[in-house]
Write a new protein. Structure first.
Length: 157
């Protein structure tokens, strides 16, 4: 799998979410500062609630922006089957014949992208499965809580 294209797919996905969050933050800010949002009495909290919402969305947008920068500068090492899993690895797990592909990334775990016709899920080293995988090698097995079958590490790229 071409990790450069995979990274670009992840960046595009984060940028799409960044655009949505930025628009939402601007809309909430406009609502908070609009003349019609002015409090009618001491119990009217509409403008304050909109301001809190705008602040939270702006923080999320800033985090997404930082994530884009992290991914743009992420070194994508080539792994051999003998090397342990680390940041930048594409890991293939086999669960009773079903293969699942993961990318070990610095942030934004849970993002799913398709690259070279393969669905890939981003994992962070801090996630439960990420903690189990980092440092393991091809042929090792991992057991995750809630799964009956253990998963075998089939490939590391």
């Amino acid at each position: 799998m071409d990790k450069t294209r995979l990274r670009q797919a992840i960046i595009e996905r984060i940028n799409a979410e960044l655009e949505i969050q930025t628009r939402a933050a601007l809309m909430a800010h406009d609502e908070a500062t609009h003349e019609e949002s002015k409090a009618e009495n001491q119990y009217d909290m509409h403008a304050q609630e909109a301001a809190y919402l705008a602040e939270g969305q702006a923080k999320l947008a800033a985090e997404l922006y930082a994530s884009v920068s992290l991914y743009q500068n992420l070194v994508l090492p080539a792994f051999t089957p003998a090397q342990p899993i680390a940041l930048g690895a594409v890991v293939t797990l086999d669960t009773v014949g079903r293969k699942t592909h993961y990318f070990i990334g610095p942030r934004n775990g849970g993002i799913e992208v398709t690259c070279d016709g393969v669905d890939v899920i981003v994992l962070t080293p801090q996630s439960p499965l990420g903690r189990l995988l980092v440092g393991r090698r091809v042929g090792d097995t991992v057991s995750t809580p809630g799964r009956a079958a253990s998963q075998r590490i089939d490939a590391i790229e």
